[in-house]
Design a protein around this ligand. Structure first.
Ligand code: PEP
Ligand code: MG
Length: 588
């Protein structure tokens, strides 16, 4: 690893988002403008790099002055003033001096030294409680990006990260950033923002990338290439780890690997409780690349295929044929087991289906899930036809996300029926009895579960959203993460109500939110009558072992006690005490 200016061990604590240990050099990716390549320079190259920086600044100033003149002739003085402000920034002596010093002190290339200084400056500005100053950050990003474009590159040089493998430290990462990362070189990531139920964290767990989120003010303090450890179990980012720290983590990683090998050896055993309650354990997937892992995991089929991730392959949803191929591939990969294809749930913290003219003020309360599908019938029709066509090749089921009540469900079913009629007329085979499910993830749907149940074949509870909407806590906002309580009595009541409505109508209820993989809560979910758990393929063997260690009758008795509780913590304690009794070794 590269040497760094700072050598004292520094520990930042955040939220553990994806288990695992990563050890490697830090690569910083901050906000606003993209990070340039980084490389170390020799002492005798410092002056040369400093003059490359000065030259880039001079070129930029000249461009800005030209732009200013052109705009002045077109639009007058006031419009062109913005460029004057940009030029003034580049004439700020203290800023220029800081970059020159950074090149010398960090012994890093000029682009990166400039980038790091500007990022620190921007992060400091973003934290100032003055709206006007915060808004100016966009101008600074703009001019910084311009300077970066103006660095002259020596074509001969091919600078690479000294070791391509790295830990990414970012202010925030979107689910699409996470999905498109070069995973071969990514050892782990840490972000200042984010929370455990964001889709970024969910993807990290699917990919098995150790991750910590919600680390306040870490980006601002880090020098690129600093040696670091990510502890995805306890949510720590450790900079400049000591030899003892490194040893501790290397041992911990080995111990975890031994445990997971043991669990993997039992992955094909049935997932019945000790007293014979059959629980179906399936997997959540986002990408076809996960199919291999899915089949290896021992999962019984797919409980949730998040089809909106198909949007990452292009700017829009693939056409009917491409989708039919994708769904058929999943069905064939898990032959004989049920594959639940969830119709697209774009929006919220995931990609929108189409560029929005304006950002939504409250994306999680906005245009997402079934609302998007119902308002884009042609696209919805393509997806439903594709699912139906693929249903001729395996045991597919279809499921609708973010349904808030009966009318949306009936509209969706109506579209499904029309697609069936079309395919029948066209003589295209499909399963006429394809099971249809609905996600219970909006409190109104849980409250009206008795109205929905006669119209579906199963319920799948999306606890990630159900919790956020029930307790009004944004699932991706670290500032309110403490209030996001899976065991809030209101959440538990809604789960129970849903299961009971399902039982009354002879349909099963599963859980496909992250709560299904939280083994502290498996006793509670089973006790409430949940019959299916769908979790990330990585943790299927562990959850399977948990189910085999439990007695359904004990879970039921505990769940009865839970219904008398008034506090989240007491509910968590009750479930945990059964977990500790039945599988102490499996709890982290
Ligand atoms: C959920 O909300 O629990 C769920 C499984 O859906 P998603 O995480 O994709 O919103
Ligand atoms: Mg959801």
């Amino acid at each position: 690893m590269a040497k760094t200016a700072q050598s004292e061990e520094l520990i930042f604590t955040g939220i553990p988002a994806s288990p695992g240990i990563a050890v490697g050099p830090i690569h910083v990716s901050a906000r606003g403008f993209s990070a340039p390549e980084i490389y170390e320079i020799a002492e005798n190259q410092v002056a040369e790099e400093q003059s490359r920086f000065q030259e880039a600044v001079n070129i930029t100033k000249k461009q800005l002055k030209d732009l200013q003149e052109r705009l002045e002739s077109l639009a007058g003085n006031s419009e062109s003033e913005i460029f004057e402000a940009h030029v003034m920034l580049l004439e700020d002596k203290s800023l220029i001096e800081r970059v020159l010093q950074a090149i010398e002190k960090r012994q890093q290339n000029a682009e990166y030294a400039f980038y790091a200084v500007m990022q620190n400056f921007l992060e400091a500005m973003r934290r100032i409680p003055d709206a006007y100053l915060r808004e100016r950050t966009a101008d600074i990003e703009d001019v910084s990006q311009r300077v970066l474009r103006n660095f002259k590159v020596d074509e001969e040089s091919t600078h690479q990260l000294p070791d391509g493998n790295h830990i990414l430290l970012a202010y925030d990462l979107s689910p699409s950033d996470t999905a498109s990362m070069n995973r071969r070189q990514l050892l782990g990531f840490a972000t200042e923002q984010g929370s455990v139920n964001s889709h970024t964290a969910i993807l990290a767990r699917s990919f098995g990338i150790p991750a910590v989120v919600g680390l306040e003010a870490s980006v601002i303090q880090v020098t690129a290439l600093t040696p670091a450890v990510i502890d995805g179990y306890s949510g720590k980012l450790i900079l400049n780890p000591t030899i003892e720290t490194l040893e501790k983590y290397i041992n911990l990683a080995a111990e975890k690997e031994r445990q997971s090998d043991e669990l993997a050896a039992r992955k094909d055993e049935a997932t019945d409780t000790k007293d014979g309650r059959v629980i179906s354990l399936s997997a959540n997937i986002e990408f076809l690349e996960e199919l291999h892992e899915l089949t290896e995991s021992g999962a019984k089929g797919v409980g949730l295929y998040r089809t909106e991730f198909l949007l990452l392959n292009g700017s829009e949803m693939p056409d009917e044929n491409e989708q039919a191929d994708a769904y058929k591939r999943v069905a064939e990969a898990v032959s004989g087991e049920i594959v639940i294809i969830r119709t697209m749930d774009a929006g919220g913290d995931k990609l929108p289906i189409e560029p929005l003219t304006e950002p939504e003020p409250n994306p999680f309360l906005g245009w997402r899930g079934i609302r998007v599908s119902l308002s884009r019938p042609a696209m919805f029709r393509d997806q439903l036809r594709a699912i139906l066509r693929a249903s001729a090749h395996g045991k597919l089921a279809v499921m609708f996300p973010l349904v808030s009540g009966l009318s949306e469900l009936l509209q969706a079913r109506d579209m499904l029926n029309r697609c069936m009629d079309e395919l029948t007329r066209e003589g295209i085979p499909f399963n006429e009895k394809i099971p249809v499910g609905v996600m219970i993830e909006v409190p109104s749907a849980a409250v009206c579960a008795d109205l929905l149940a006669p119209n579906v074949d199963f319920f799948s509870i999306g606890t990630n959203d159900l919790i956020q909407y029930t307790v009004a806590v944004d699932r991706v906002n670290p500032h309110v993460a403490d209030l996001y309580k899976p065991t809030h009595p209101a959440v538990i009541r809604l789960i129970k109500k849903t299961v009971e409505a399902g039982e009354a109508h002879g349909i099963w209820t599963g859980v496909c939110g992250e709560m299904a993989g939280d083994i502290r809560l498996t006793p509670l979910l089973l006790g409430l009558g949940v019959e299916e758990l769908s979790v990330s393929p990585k943790i299927v063997p562990r959850v399977g072992q948990v189910i085999r260690s439990l007695k359904y009758s004990e879970c039921q008795a505990m769940a009865d006690e839970v219904m008398k509780q008034t506090r989240s913590q007491h509910i968590m304690d009750l479930s945990m005490s059964l977990a500790k009794k039945c599988y102490p070794d499996l709890l982290d």
